[in-house]
Ligand binder design. Structure first.
Ligand code: F6P
Length: 512
């Protein structure tokens, strides 16, 4: 991998790369988090040193110091800077603005948004906290890499703080189309803040296009030049690079671990428990964007339209608990459980076949790999998703290449995997039901041909490709000598746009 030469890399993300908790006696428990970002960044930070700034996830009264965290993490080899959030900030910034406004809006679900003005105030407040932590911990030649929708406004806050640093931003979730984005009361501020970064990275071309279109709609004097993965965008006197970098997984590591005898044994045991049938598998964080309810309805529809599937297929649906303090998530769990129970009630054969096996918990990594290996078909049918790494993990673990991926056309991964997957519109229940049947019937030769294509693509654009291409773009596009001619508020607004939303509401209130 092309390790970036930046000696002083500063990463800021909502969560630290650790899962932090307390045991019964109140002692700190720290274990490494999983996920693409952590896997990609830890080796780089360990090798070059650097800093990771993020929230521990602990309640304020139980929060811990940087020293205690580093000690419990067994000295990770880089600086860890915890940002502590008050209970009100957790509600307003994390649950409120991040997960009840940006999350649903950017996933095309505006009716799920709670556009409470106080959420915006907390978003600004916490982004300011992060910006201060960055400014306090970055050296003048640091590269600051800010991650995801929780921290968009850090760009603006760094400028207000007077910190002139090289910065880059990556959005892990989709960027919405103009019709969606225009509904956001704070649309102008968020776009302006994104323009503060030297490089903005999106997952797909679709997201980058949407972003540029929103700029054109909301600002005068927008110019776009270049072609390929990274474009140069000018807004007024501001120049930024804007690229798409589809995040990958550590293909080699997944494939190696999936081939381990322990995984093979567990996969075989699963098939022995559920003999003479094909296993269909879904694994998702508890989230309404994942399309779990529609998927279950499509599975039911498949059993009705194609009765020969009965007794011959079992769906194993794993749901990993998430954001349960937010009422929509809590309610979704209840709805999923009622639907699973209804479908099982409708089709279960006494003493024999149960159509859906439902698991509500996090899986240990070996079990997850065993499910991936055992399943003949994976159903990855989000309503919308930035990327969806389950799709890539499943194919990678399909080392016999004799499996089928049913994939939503609205997952970011669709751009890379459409030539191998059975593509579906998750809203089309009959269409998904037919894809389930087609997957069930697909001849081995076709399964292998399709799976081979997808695995080749996943291997070629793996996690390390993602990091390298992002850092290559940083070296090319984010100058060491920062421009000095940038005005404080760049880019003229178009007629009819509201200049007031470029100001934090609390400042507007004070001004009035
Ligand atoms: O997909 C976006 C994301 O924020 C991931 O980065 C994260 O793993 C997941 O959602 C869970 O998020 P939370 O931090 O809200 O538990």
């Amino acid at each position: 991998m092309n390790i970036p030469h930046e000696k002083q890399l500063v990463i800021a993300s909502n969560r630290l790369p650790f899962v932090v908790g307390r045991d019964h006696d109140g002692a700190l428990e720290v274990r490494p988090a999983s996920g693409g970002l952590v896997t990609a960044m830890l080796p780089i930070l360990r090798e070059n040193g650097g800093t990771w700034i993020g929230w521990t996830g602990l309640p304020e009264k139980d929060d811990c110091s940087a020293a205690a965290l580093a000690q419990s993490a067994g000295d990770p080899g880089f600086n860890v800077v915890p940002v502590s959030l008050s209970d009100e900030e957790v509600v307003g910034f994390y649950e409120g603005f991040s997960n009840e406004i940006i999350w649903p809006l950017f996933h095309d679900l505006p009716s799920f948004c709670e556009f409470a003005p106080s959420h915006w105030d907390y978003y600004l407040q916490v982004n300011r906290k992060f910006a201060r932590a960055i400014a306090d911990n970055a050296a003048p030649d640091s590269l600051v890499w800010v991650h995801d929708y929780h921290l968009i406004n850090v760009g603006t806050e760094l400028r207000r703080h007077g910190a002139r640093l090289r910065t880059a931003f990556f959005l892990h979730i989709p960027f919405p189309s103009i019709d969606m984005f225009m509904k956001l009361p704070w649309r102008q501020s968020l776009l302006r803040s994104l323009l503060e970064y030297g490089l903005i990275g999106f997952q797909t071309l679709r997201d980058r296009r949407n972003f540029v279109q929103c700029l054109r709609q909301l600002f005068r004097d927008v110019s776009v030049s270049g072609k390929g993965q990274v474009l140069q965008v000018g807004v007024g006197d501001r120049r930024v690079a804007v690229g798409h970098f589809p995040i990958g997984i550590d293909f080699a590591d997944f494939a190696r671990r999936a081939a381990a005898p322990e995984v093979r044994e567990r996969a075989r045991a699963l098939h022995n428990l559920l003999p003479d049938r094909q296993l269909f598998f879904g694994v998702d964080r508890l989230d309404y964007t994942k399309g779990i309810l529609l998927r279950l309805r499509a599975f039911r529809e498949a059993l009705i339209r194609h009765p020969e599937l009965r007794q011959r297929v079992t769906l194993i649906q794993v749901v990993v608990p998430s954001r349960e303090h937010i009422s929509r998530y809590f309610d979704l769990r209840t709805q999923i459980e009622q639907l699973v129970s209804r479908i099982n009630g409708e089709f279960t054969e006494p003493g024999g076949w149960v159509p859906i096996h439902y698991v509500f918990r996090s899986l240990d990594p070996v079990d997850l790999l065993a499910y991936y290996r055992a399943a003949e078909v994976a159903l990855v049918t989000p309503l919308k998703d930035g990327m969806n790494l389950v799709a890539k993990e499943y194919c990678t673990c399909s080392i016999e290449e004799n499996c089928v991926l049913v994939l939503s056309e609205f997952a970011g991964a669709a751009a890379q995997l459409r030539s191998g997957a059975l593509m579906v519109n998750p809203h089309d229940i009959e269409g998904v039901a037919d894809a389930i049947y087609r997957a069930f019937c697909m001849p081995e030769e076709e399964r292998r041909r399709r799976m081979r294509r997808m695995r080749r693509e996943i291997m070629r654009r793996d996690l390390f490709w993602w990091v390298s291409s992002f850092f290559n773009a940083v070296s090319k596009e984010v100058p060491h000598e920062l421009q000095t001619n940038q005005s404080d508020e760049h880019g003229a607004l178009v007629d009819g746009a509201n200049p007031a939303d470029a100001q934090p509401r609390e400042l507007q209130r004070r001004a009035s």
